[in-house]
Design a protein around this ligand. Sequence first.
Ligand code: F6R
Length: 610
Amino acid sequence: MCGIVGYTGKQSVVPVLLEGLHQLEYRGYDSSGIALQRGDRLAVHRRCGKIRVLESDLPKRLAGKTGIGHTRWATHGEPTDDNAHPHSSEDGRFAVVHNGIIENSDPLRARLVEHGVHFASETDSEVLAHLVAAADAPTLLERVRLALAEVEGTYGIAVIDAESPGEIVVARNGSPVVIGIGDKEMLVASDVGALVRHTQQVVYLDDGEIAELTPSAYRVITLDAAPATKQSASIDWSEETYARGEYSHYTLKEIHEQPESIRRTLRGRLDRRFQAAHLGGLNLDARELLNFRRIKVLGCGSAYISGCIGARIVEQLSRVPCDAEPAAEFRYRNPVIEADTLYLAVSQSGETFDTLSAVQEIKRKGGRVLGVVNAVGSSIARACDGGVYLHAGPEIAVVSTKTFTSTIAALALLALHVGRMRDVSVAQGKRLLDALDALPDAIQTILDAEDEYRQMAKKYAHYDNAYFIGRNLGFGVAMEGALKLKEVSYLHAEAYPASELKHGPLALVSPEVPTVFVLPDDDLLDKNLSSIEQVRSRKGPVLAVTHPLGENAERLAALADDVLEVPKLHEYLDPILMLIPLQFLAYFIALERGCDVDQPRNLAKSVTVE
Ligand code: F6R
């Protein structure tokens, strides 16, 4: 969603801000803008549309050393030039960029208007610029602190003042703000991806903190004006990690990175001595883990779906009842938080508002929650009691691919960890570890068949609707396959458990509605084949993603129009292997339909608002 970048130092600020904004593009945006200090005034430029529109509009010679920039995702007010950030005070002295939502912006706006302030936009964010201007304080830091004392809602902000040269003030409440420490230069961003080109040293602001940045120093205080001591951290990833390289899209790059991202998720965690998993960050000893009688997985979108698959693995392997629930549903139903339930929060970005709020709700009620998170140091990771980092590497494409499969691998490790404390034998543990070891190579064989998926996509790209059907773990694969397809190709796709077909969905099966069957070679194969027969008898086209089926292959060939085979590895890891052809299918169908795969319409990478 919205992105913030800021810089103060020795470099010319405009290229630094624009490059930072490009790094934030992947989060999704509809307009962009920058503000910089020029002598004793500020220059502000904002445009609706892509960053290149802003770039082409900038004056040729726009020099300055201190500035802030923003990519906006409209919440209050249409995407227009006027609603784009930065927002300025009426006299042009202060400029503000804001991520989040100011919940009491209406009464604040009404009060400011009563005092004669004229608003230039429809946004909630603009009140911040006027509040800072109205604050009676000698420093910018103090002005921002006083302004924020009046505000309810979520924010990550950066503010500059024409009369405070070289200074940026930033603050955070519920929306990420990271300070980048350079050599006689200081940066700020809502996402470390916008900092890595300049520095690996960062400081994560916590909620309720305000910081003053100058080229040579930063100072952090709380909203109550108490000094805050912060530790800096190193970012693991370099600039190259964020580059698209030889790939035409980040989505394709990230699909192809899966052998490596899975290797990183597994690295150091396969405990061959005890045929178990070694998870150092849980902060729970064996006795504490054994006391949990239930496990609950929470997440949104693909994170929730990976949680659905992971929950089945956890339950089947550890025999601890485990289920998954969308994080927002969970937090709004006033859930009973039980002391003997272990909660798991799954999130790639670690910043998803609904998941973070669910974590906070659990903690408020005394529950124990672990994160399964990709972004190190993110809000969810820090709010949890411990957890498992995915280490899948930065995911830039809006739709998740490699982090989805890494989450399943991480949850399989957790299932093994808990399972080996209970009923899982050494032999069963070894079988899963052997399969985890073999997983990256098995994924590679699927990636090598990319052309087959490209061809298949050509055949299915013209349909407007599709069903995705599976059972048990295969249903999770169907859900994710359908979500991927609808997200990137705008083709309407719905997932159902195979057993539900005859309870309604069959009504829509016709030659115009293909069905993608997730058909592992497992105990339910016969049942799945008869579900395919039900679709065939209504003349619905069928594409099956399956294993080498031996003597059943002929039976399937007679029923399915198309078959995509993946290697069979292990019942708990097969969902990963069966999903990858569906990721490719979504990708290539989107290309066939001329869609913007990396940045699908209406979607943002990191959903930091409710
Ligand atoms: C789908 C997708 C989204 C995210 C969801 C949660 O491809 O990417 O559904 O999975 O917005 O995001 P995180 O995992 O960052 O919490």
